[in-house]
Design a protein around this ligand. Structure first.
Ligand code: BGC
Length: 430
């Protein structure tokens, strides 16, 4: 029903725009139609003034990590939704360290006193990826600080511990001193340029295993997509604990088979926030509605699952470690978060249309966990969302499909590259 209404609305808008196309400035004043269902339409609002949410990839400089404040303040209804990358990265590092400490009697496979690990890096220009690499190096003592921050560059290989990008860490456990060494790390980018690439990681572990054999005691990955590719290709058969990030359903299930652990970035909260900020902006209500303040349907988030940073207009979900101890509670990564699962009343929150893109339709986390959640929340929030999946490599593959922004009331954007916000805002400003 909602879809039909939206299609009708789109057709009517297209008609009214076509009818006015010769009318110059008048076209911006044309109402969409007299249909009462369209009473909340923003057909007469300039695209540059419509609500916009960036999600998962925060507008920022991919080299320095500096936030793009212009994009984050594109208009007064612009927000970012992601998760607390540093808090999550610290958790991931601690999870790996805890595992090593608890399993020290069995973990050093060749008994040489060196705990060797390999690391799959997602995207060297992505803040989340950089934070996770730093978090693991910080916890294991292998990080080298440059200009106040841990170097997050990939090392290639480092069999003998002479790399200058990382250093050997030292762990004192039960009176014995162990060395921790990052044996290898690599950005998992395929030849077409797709980052966080699972198959590249699956191949890399084969190469690393052939080169280092039983020097590899632990496998760490910036996400579960790559982590599971390595687990399935090698670590499962070789009983080598493998750690990822995202708490995708397949990774959580694999904990029963020896996958070491993962981090939930509370995708159930992020997907809700992504659409909720648009809903609130479209309704013209306080942005905290259904977030920190309960809405009429009773939806509300407690402050242990998210935080809002006013300066960067960013909502950050908080992370939780998922290990053998608690994985049973995380088996379905696409279940909505109960405190925000109440249906809004269509009379007060009429159906509105949203254009939303996923940077890479093949991204394990975004397509397998985030998008199914968005699809559940779009119903609950009365939003008719058009989902566009990119190829993960070129922004134009996505922007080409935003050819008529006039048809939508709001936009949710997941850039291919965090530097590329202008590719979208230029379209919306035309
Ligand atoms: C996720 C990755 C994903 C990336 C895409 C990260 O937050 O952990 O799995 O590939 O976002 O931007």
């Amino acid at each position: 029903m909602k879809k039909t209404l939206a299609l009708l609305l789109a057709a009517l808008m297209a008609l009214s725009l076509a009818a006015c196309s010769g009318g110059g400035s008048d076209s911006s004043e044309a109402p969409a139609s007299g249909d009462p269902a369209n009473s909340g339409s923003t057909a007469d609002v300039a695209n540059a003034e419509k609500p916009l949410v960036w999600f998962n990839r925060q507008p920022s400089n991919s080299t320095t990590g500096e936030l793009n404040t212009e994009a984050l303040n594109f208009n007064e209804d612009t927000y970012y939704v992601g998760f607390d990358a540093n808090q999550g990265a610290q958790l991931q590092g601690e999870m790996v360290l805890d595992y090593i400490q608890t399993n020290i009697d069995t973990i050093d496979r060749n008994g040489d006193g060196v705990i060797g690990y390999v690391l799959a890096i997602g995207d060297i220009g992505h803040n989340d990826s950089v934070a996770r690499t730093r978090g693991v190096r910080a916890a294991l003592g292998t990080g080298v600080t440059v200009d106040g921050a841990i170097n997050s560059d990939p090392i290639g290989t480092n069999t003998d511990g002479t790399s200058t990008i990382v250093q050997d860490g030292t762990l004192e456990i039960n009176g014995t001193t162990y060395t921790v060494r990052e044996l290898a790390s690599q950005e998992m980018k395929n030849s077409s340029g797709a980052t966080w690439n699972d198959s590249t990681a699956g191949n890399a572990i084969g190469t690393w295993a052939a080169a280092f054999g039983d020097q590899i005691d632990v496998v760490v990955s910036n996400n579960d997509g790559m982590g599971m590719a390595m687990f399935n290709a090698w670590s499962n058969q070789n009983d080598v604990p493998t750690f990822g990030y995202d708490a995708n359903s397949d990774a959580v299930a694999a904990i029963a088979d020896g996958y070491g652990g993962t981090i939930s970035q509370h995708a159930d909260v992020q997907a809700y926030l992504t659409l909720r900020v648009l809903r609130n902006a479209l309704d013209g209500v306080d942005i905290d509605t259904g977030i920190g303040t309960a809405d009429e349907a009773g939806n509300v988030l407690s402050d242990d699952v998210y935080r809002y940073d006013e300066t960067s207009r960013s909502y950050y979900a908080l992370n939780v470690a998922v290990t053998a101890e608690n994985y049973q509670d995380f088996l379905d990564s696409t279940a909505v978060y109960a405190p925000v699962s109440n249906q809004l009343d269509e009379a007060n929150n009429p159906v509105r249309s949203v254009w939303l893109n996923i940077y890479n339709a093949a991204d394990n986390f975004l397509s397998g966990t985030y998008q199914p959640l968005l699809k559940k929340y779009d119903d609950l929030l009365n939003l008719d969302v058009e989902y566009v999946g990119g190829d993960g490599q070129t922004e134009s593959n996505i922007t080409n499909r935003l050819s008529n922004p006039d048809l939508y009331d709001a936009f949710a954007i997941n850039m291919v590259k965090t530097d590329n916000a202008a590719s979208y805002t230029t379209i919306l400003s035309q």
